[in-house]
Structure formats: structure tokens, C-alpha cells
Design a protein around this ligand. Structure first.
Ligand SMILES: *[C@@H]1O[C@H](CO)[C@@H](O)[C@H](O)[C@H]1NC(C)=O
Ligand SMILES: *[C@@H]1O[C@H](CO)[C@@H](O)[C@H](O)[C@H]1NC(C)=O
Ligand SMILES: *[C@@H]1O[C@H](CO)[C@@H](O)[C@H](O)[C@H]1NC(C)=O
Ligand SMILES: *[C@@H]1O[C@H](CO)[C@@H](O)[C@H](O)[C@H]1NC(C)=O
Ligand SMILES: *[C@@H]1O[C@H](CO)[C@@H](O)[C@H](O)[C@H]1NC(C)=O
Length: 589
């Protein structure tokens, strides 16, 4: 444990120094250079200090014995130099050049090390003048010393290069990456985040996490997964019998044994989240069934080697205790019959998410309609569904739902919107995207006079007409358009936090001007995606910034008229024409 904290603290300190323009690397480098010099000197021990060594090269009067001894020392020194970082650095700079020979570089370094001591006379490597060596004499391009004048010029060049290098520590790439994550915050990361990152950087040196709090474990799992560093070895760090939850975001490198180990070492697990669990097999499920697991929340992704019969056995055993079930990316099993078993046994389910389960069809929709305890439902279908079955589903489970996400129902029509309007009163999140049939009128009447509480999270992206020969769409707009958006903002505007209307192509400029008119305020809106609204321009973006004081992230890909918008401090504007340049400008207000 101590090790982790020490490591983290050490690293945090390094970062602190760096952020204050004190380079720990520089300090370390200097230190190492001094150590190296001392070592070189030690090798050239005795009275032959480095200087003599160099002169004796041409000393004809030395005995063969002395010569042998000197050669031996020299070979040792050269070998040592070839191991050094400095050697590697210089070598990498020289690759492909005529002087990239190992021996040559090593000798060069050796002579540099044995440079004349201050007080001696030397010829300047650049101008050839004779001068007195001082501690400030610089080394020239070929390893010789430079006179005061030439040293000064080199120093000036160095300074320029350094000044260029300094500046902000994060590069443009990191900046853009942060922006895409919606981080427009300036300044340092929190110490905890910094330490977590450093621990992740050094994961191979860590033997155990000790009693690291579970939220830090969670974060570490995320970082390691992102770096694809979750292996059977690093998994061990997360196996803690005292914890009731495990989240592995990338289990692709784990095999059946590793999955079993999770359930062996953590018998009290209630929350299991394993993504990319491609090597999870029937055997693992059998192992789970043999143990009295207390799992209430099960989230498995890509568990494609599990057969339908084993999914069914899992539901028969664990179904009654399951409160949430999330399964995704299953293409070789999980058919309607299995979904039927699920809905028969998992009667206490409050949260259900089934995404990209390729075998699910109309029968699955029907089965899910019986799960009346559901409060959160998220479905993303691959096959074409019967619109009627979807209506039955909404009228079956709609009244309890607090969140509803429907993707992959391209042909559902306005009757669905009507069913949502009638059945749902308690939704705070609504996603319905990728539909090409529902009309603007349908959306507008769903939001008008709706007894549902205001929505906080709305994603109606890509609800639009797609007819390339008629890019403006039919006169009666298809998808969320002007009327629908006005009605939505009238219904939910004062509570809405995240709004995604990207690719809802038929919203007019007038509608945006009305929604974001002077005096209107959307006090909670933090994230807005208006990508592919070609009507968007600097003026409208300005109106949006004015009406949304809490906005943190605005996505505007393919908004070609957003050119020079003044982006308030702390807002990440993603996309837009000038995405390549700095896109965070100080607020002018
Ligand atoms: C040659 O080497 C000997 C013994 O190592 C030393 O005493 C002498 O000063 C050297 N001569 C020159 C010219 O460096
Ligand atoms: C990165 O972003 C910070 C503010 O977030 C900014 O000060 C800095 O100039 C940016 N760096 C680059 C290279 O764009
Ligand atoms: C579901 O029913 C609809 C209409 O009856 C049909 O077009 C569709 O192919 C069915 N889907 C599956 C996966 O059977
Ligand atoms: C609506 O949701 C709240 C929690 O957000 C819950 O307390 C309440 O019972 C729900 N009402 C209905 C009618 O489901
Ligand atoms: C806005 O909502 C109110 C009720 O909250 C309703 O009376 C009004 O007609 C709505 N206005 C529009 C333009 O939909």
C-alpha cells in the first residue's frame, strides 16, 4: 500500500514541480550526469586523470604495459557510455547520418567528458581562436569547446528553443482530446486524478492496491481499460473480497479462468460490470450458477460464447434477485425465447438495457412488455420491428418509466409519440433517434400539454427525412423540426440539462431565434449538440450562449457558418470551422 501512495505522491510532486516550470527531469538529468562523470573519473582512476588519458594517446614513450592498461580502461569507458541514455539520445538524433557509427559516437562522448578543465587554453571549435576555458564554456557541434563569444551565441539559440518549448504544457492534441471530452477547464487536474493517472502509468510495478477506495479503483479500471492494459495480471489488483462491485471496462484479454477467479475471490459481489467479455463461456456461467452469488446488477458486453440455454439457466437461478440487467453486442445467441425466459424470471427488474442483440425480434418486444416493474428501459434493435408491438410495449411499461431510450426503430410512426404522450408521466430522460417517419407535428403534439415532468436529458438526433433528391424534406416536416423543438423547449426548457438535436435538419432559423430570443433562459442546459444544422451561425451561437448560462459543451460539427463565435470562458465548442485553431476565447463580457 505504502508503495502506491509513495509512488503517487512522488509523481504528484513531479507534476507539481513541472507545472511550476521546475523540471524534475532536468534535476534528475543533472544529477545523473554528475554521477556519470564521477563514474568515468573512477574508471580513469589513479594518477591518469581524464586529461592525461587524452594526451597519452600520442605518447610514444609509454610502455606496452601502460598502453594495454590504458586501452582496457578506454574499452570499459566506451562500453559504459554505450549503455548511457545520453548515448542513446545522440544516436537517435544521428540515425542515417554518416557519423552514426556507435564507436564514433561513444568516443565523441568520451572526449567531451574529458574536456579541458577551466583555466586551460584551447582553440575554439567554431572560430578557431585561442581562449581560456571557463566553467561557462559551451560544447560545440562536434564536441570541442567554444570561446566566450561563440558560447554566448549557442546559449542564445538554446534559450530561444527552450522558450518555444515551454509555454502551456498540454499539446494541441491533448487539448483537442480534452475538448472532445467536454473539458474546457483550465488549470491542473485534481491531485487525486493526477495520482490515479500516475499509478496507472506505473501499473506494472504495483503489487497490490491495498484498501484503495472503490471510486479510485473504478477510475483506475477505466484508465487501464482505455490503455488496453487490463490483463490477467492487472485483474488481480481489482479482486478484493471486501468489495461488492467490480467494473472491468475491457475484459478482452481475460479468459474463462480469470472470470471464474472474479467470482471466487469476490463472493459477495452485487454489481458486476464486464465489458468486451468475449472469452466468457458457458463454463463460467455454470460456475456462477454453482455458487450462491448475490448479484443484483449484471452488465455483460460481447459475451458471445454464452449459449441460449445457459442464458436461460442464468435467469432461472439469478433472475428473481436481479434489479438491473444490461446486455450488449450479442450476435450468436440471445433470441426471443431467451428474452421470454428473462421476462418470466426477472420480475423485479427496474433497469433493462438490451443493445445490439442481433437475434431479438418481435417476440422480444412482446416479452419485455410484461416487465411492469421497469423504471429504466433502453433498447437498440438491429432487426426491423413491428410498430404495433412497440406500442404495446410503451403502454405496458410506460407509466413507471423514468428513462426511455429507443434506437433502431426507424419505421415507428407518430402513434409511438402519441403512446409516449399518453403512457409516460415520469420521464426525465428520453432518447428516440434514427427515425425517418415520425413528423414534426407528432413531436409537437407529444410535448404540448404533456403531463410528464420536464425532461432533463433529451436526444432526438437524426429524426429527419432522408431523401437525397429533396434535401429540404417534404413541406410537412419529417422528424423533430421547428414546431417540435419549440414545443419541447416550452415543455422542458427550464429543467433540460442535455439536448441532442444533431441532424434534425429541418429546424428553421426563425425557430432557433424564437427559442433563444433575448430574455429566454435555460438555466440548467449544460450540453447541446446542434451538429448538421447548417442554419447555425455566429449570431445564433451567440444567442445560445446568452440564453444558457450553464453551458459547458456545445457540439457543432458541420455548422459551416460558425466561424468566429465568441466562446465564453469554460465552454467547449467542438466542431465548427476553426476547430483546428484555438477555440476557447476569453469572455468579452
Ligand atoms: C608520456 O607518458 C609518461 C608516463 O605515462 C609521462 O610521464 C609523460 O609525461 C608523457 N609524455 C607526454 C609528452 O605526454
Ligand atoms: C491548450 O488549452 C489551454 C487552455 O485550455 C490553452 O491555454 C493552451 O494554449 C492550449 N494549448 C495549445 C497547444 O493549444
Ligand atoms: C416483426 O414484425 C414485422 C411486421 O409484422 C415484420 O416486418 C418484421 O420482419 C418482424 N421482425 C422480425 C425480426 O421477425
Ligand atoms: C415518479 O418518479 C419518482 C422518482 O423520481 C417516484 O418517487 C414516483 O413514485 C414516480 N411516480 C410515478 C407515478 O411513477
Ligand atoms: C407553452 O406551454 C404552456 C403551458 O406550459 C402553454 O400554455 C403554451 O401554449 C405553450 N406555448 C407553446 C408555443 O407551445
Amino acid at each position: 500500500m505504502l508503495k502506491v501512495y509513495l509512488l503517487a505522491l512522488h509523481s504528484a510532486l513531479t507534476d507539481f514541480l513541472a507545472s511550476n516550470n521546475i523540471s524534475a527531469a532536468q534535476i534528475q538529468e543533472d544529477h545523473q550526469r554528475r554521477v556519470r562523470e564521477a563514474e568515468t573519473q573512477e574508471i580513469n582512476e589513479g594518477n591518469s586523470n581524464s586529461q592525461d588519458d587524452r594526451e597519452s594517446e600520442e605518447n610514444a614513450s609509454e610502455s606496452p604495459e601502460q598502453k594495454k592498461k590504458r586501452k582496457r580502461k578506454e574499452t570499459a569507458t566506451l562500453a559504459k557510455i554505450k549503455q548511457s541514455k545520453e548515448f542513446a539520445r545522440r544516436k537517435s538524433r544521428r540515425v542515417g547520418e554518416p557519423d552514426d557509427d556507435d564507436e564514433f559516437i561513444a568516443r565523441e562522448l568520451m572526449y567531451e567528458k574529458s574536456r579541458p578543465l577551466p583555466g586551460q587554453l584551447e582553440h575554439c571549435e567554431v572560430c578557431g581562436k585561442r581562449f581560456t576555458v571557463t566553467p561557462y564554456s559551451k560544447t560545440g557541434p562536434n564536441g570541442g569547446l567554444l570561446c566566450a563569444k561563440c558560447s554566448k551565441e549557442v546559449a542564445n539559440d538554446d534559450k530561444k528553443a527552450k522558450a518555444k518549448k515551454r509555454g502551456p504544457r498540454t499539446g494541441r492534441r491533448q487539448n483537442q482530446s480534452n475538448l472532445l471530452d467536454g473539458l474546457a477547464q483550465q488549470g491542473a487536474l485534481s491531485l487525486a486524478e493526477m495520482c490515479t493517472k500516475k499509478v496507472a502509468d506505473n501499473i506494472n510495478d504495483i503489487e497490490e492496491f491495498g484498501d484503495l477506495p472503490s471510486q479510485l479503483l473504478h477510475r483506475l479500471s477505466q484508465i487501464l481499460s482505455k490503455r488496453r492494459a487490463l490483463t490477467p495480471r492487472t485483474l488481480n489488483l481489482f479482486l478484493r473480497p471486501d468489495l461488492e462491485s467490480i467494473d472491468i471496462y475491457d475484459a478482452a484479454k481475460l479468459e474463462a479462468d480469470d472470470f471464474q477467479k472474479i467470482f471466487t475471490f469476490m463472493p459477495t459481489l452485487r454489481h458486476v460490470n464486464l465489458r468486451f467479455a468475449g472469452q466468457m463461456k458457458d463454463g463460467v456461467l455454470e460456475y456462477m450458477l454453482d455458487r450462491d452469488l448475490k448479484i443484483k446488477h449484471l452488465h455483460l458486453d460481447s459475451a458471445n460464447l454464452v449459449s441460449d440455454s445457459h442464458w436461460q439457466r442464468l435467469f432461472q437461478k439469478l433472475g428473481p434477485q436481479l434489479e438491473s440487467l444490461k446486455l450488449s453486442n450479442l450476435d450468436s445467441s440471445f433470441d426471443d425465447e431467451t428474452v421470454g425466459t428473462m421476462s418470466r424470471y426477472c420480475t423485479g427488474l427496474r433497469r433493462l438495457k438490451l443493445k445490439y442483440c442481433w437475434k431479438m425480434g418481435n417476440g422480444s418486444l412482446q416479452a419485455i412488455s410484461d416487465l411492469t416493474s421497469l423504471e429504466h428501459l433502453s433498447l437498440s434493435f438491429v432487426q426491423d420491428m413491428d410498430a404495433e408491438k412497440l406500442l404495446e410495449l410503451i403502454s405496458g411499461v410506460g407509466s413507471n418509466l423514468r428513462t426511455l431510450s429507443l434506437q433502431g426503430f426507424p419505421n415507428a410512426d407518430d402513434r409511438l409519440l402519441d403512446a409516449i404522450h399518453t403512457s409516460c408521466q415520469n420521464l426525465t430522460k428520453l432518447r428516440f433517434s434514427g427515425n425517418v417517419v415520425c413528423t414534426d407535428k407528432g413531436f409537437s403534439s407529444m410535448f404540448t400539454g404533456w403531463s410528464n415532468c420536464p425532461l432533463e436529458y433529451v436526444d432526438l438526433s437524426s429524426t429527419r427525412d432522408v431523401d437525397n433528391s429533396n434535401p429540404d424534406g417534404p413541406t410537412e416536416a419529417t422528424g423533430l423540426a421547428s414546431e417540435g423543438l419549440v414545443a419541447l423547449m416550452n415543455h422542458s426548457g427550464f429543467r433540460i440539462q442535455r439536448l441532442d438535436i444533431s441532424s434534425c435538419r429541418h429546424v428553421s432559423r426563425a425557430a432557433f431565434e424564437e427559442i433563444f430570443a433575448d430574455g429566454k433562459i435555460y438555466p440548467q442546459l449544460k450540453e447541446l449538440d446542434v451538429s448538421f444544422h447548417t442554419i447555425m451561425d455566429d449570431y445564433l451561437v451567440g444567442c445560445i450562449f446568452r440564453c444558457c448560462p450553464e453551458l459547458k459543451k456545445m457540439i457543432a460539427f458541420a455548422c459551416f457558418n460558425v466561424r468566429d463565435a465568441q466562446v465564453p470562458n469554460g465552454v467547449a465548442l467542438i466542431g465548427g470551422l476553426k476547430a483546428q485553431n484555438t477555440i476557447i476565447v476569453e469572455s468579452t463580457v
